[in-house]
Design a protein around this ligand. Structure first.
Ligand SMILES: C[S@@+](CC[C@H](N)C(=O)[O-])C[C@H]1O[C@@H](n2cnc3c(N)ncnc32)[C@H](O)[C@@H]1O
Length: 351
């Protein structure tokens, strides 16, 4: 049995905050693994072995037995997958490396963990993974996706979402700042009535807020909601609080009464929600019958996927075949769907 971190970074070279981040991620992943005998594959590039070693240490500290098959699964000749012995309660068989994909244990891997890194740039390889981690910055791992059957009540989501967007907040506008006219055009097309009460959910640094304020006029009300305190701080720093009331809240449980809003604006939100159907239902709850939903992104789905080295999948929440039914189940009627390279815009009405 092997254990420990075989690669950089050594704990000693990290700040306390970075060590805390690793511990939080390891606690989260260890806590998501089912209780019985379970087989886990860690894949996604050169850090797989290091990650599996750290996970093994974490599981053993919890009193779980951990078996580590040797090597990365690449072998001359096609042997069988690792032997997973007759279910010893709480034993985790933990393999690392792409080669094990083709050599699963009998019954397949129970949990596949994919590590996003620059080396493992093929974004499609993470399709079907049960847990996806962003490891572009090796000293700042972030859990980005957890399959619903492992996620319990989604308690992991708030800390991980903040860990992802928080460090990006200060430079968000510098990276994406010239998208302002695209937001304004989309909001024009949504034709929000003068005097409307509108909320931008997942408002980030508030890039849409000036255009939303212009659309509803001085008699209207604009609220910007985000889960990440640093995003709201960045919004205040560039004076976007002048256009809207800014609030820290979770889109999955909004602190608003039923039917309170005439319109909801959501840019770059729906695809980040762990359960998009439940998220869209919560947006429907706070919108009055006949009210509008504006789902926007300042690049089309194909262009965005290409930037991340992925091809589009038909089962993504914003895919044409998926979004209409998702919206219908959540209480919306899809009215407009536009997905050219330079933007994504879907408009829906509250039933
Ligand atoms: C891709 S950014 C988009 C920000 C902004 N809408 C824009 O277009 O620039 C996604 C934002 O949604 C926020 N977010 C993600 N999940 C959220 C949730 N459940 N509730 C509220 N905000 C959330 C993040 O903190 C982040 O600021």
């Amino acid at each position: 049995m092997r254990s420990g971190a075989a690669e950089t970074p050594a704990w000693g070279s990290m700040t306390e905050e970075q060590i805390g981040r690793w511990q939080e991620v390891m606690d989260g992943v260890a806590g998501m693994l089912p209780d019985g005998a379970v087989s886990v594959l860690v894949d996604g590039g050169r850090h797989a072995e290091m990650f599996a070693g750290r996970l093994a240490d974490r599981l053993q500290a919890d009193g779980r037995r951990c078996v580590r098959p040797d090597g990365d699964g690449h072998r001359d000749g096609q042997g069988d997958g690792p032997e997973v012995r007759a279910p010893v309660p709480r034993t985790v068989t933990l393999a690392a490396g792409a080669g094990w994909r083709q050599r699963p244990p009998a019954g397949g891997w129970d949990v596949v963990i994919w590590l996003r890194t620059y080396r493992a740039a093929n974004g499609d390889a993470e399709d079907g993974a049960d847990i996806v981690l962003d490891l572009h910055d090796i000293s700042w791992p972030v859990i980005r996706h957890v399959a619903l059957h492992l996620a319990g009540h989604g308690d992991w989501f708030i800390a991980e979402s903040r860990a992802f967007f928080g460090p990006r907040a200060a430079t968000w506008d510098a990276r994406f700042g010239d998208d302002g006219p695209a937001y304004a055009d989309a909001i024009d097309e949504a034709a929000l009535p003068d005097g409307a009460c509108v909320v931008d959910v997942g408002c980030g640094t508030g890039r849409a807020l000036p255009a939303l304020r212009r659309a509803v006029g001085p008699a209207g009300k604009v609220i910007g909601v985000d889960l990440t305190p640093q995003m709201l701080a960045a919004a205040r720093a560039c004076d976007r609080g002048r256009h809207a009331v800014l609030m820290l809240a979770d889109a999955r449980r909004l602190p608003f009464a039923d039917a309170r809003f005439d319109a909801v604006f959501a840019a770059g939100l729906v695809q980040h929600m762990p359960d998009p159907a439940a998220g869209l239902a919560e947006l429907a709850r706070i919108t009055r019958p006949g009210g509008r939903l504006v789902i926007f992104h300042p690049s089309g789905r194909a262009a965005l996927a290409a930037r991340h080295g992925r091809t589009l999948r038909p089962d993504e929440p914003l895919a044409p075949a998926r979004l209409g039914p998702l919206l219908a189940t959540a209480g919306w009627r899809l009215d407009t769907y536009d997905d050219p390279p330079h933007r994504f815009l879907a408009l829906a009405d509250r039933c």
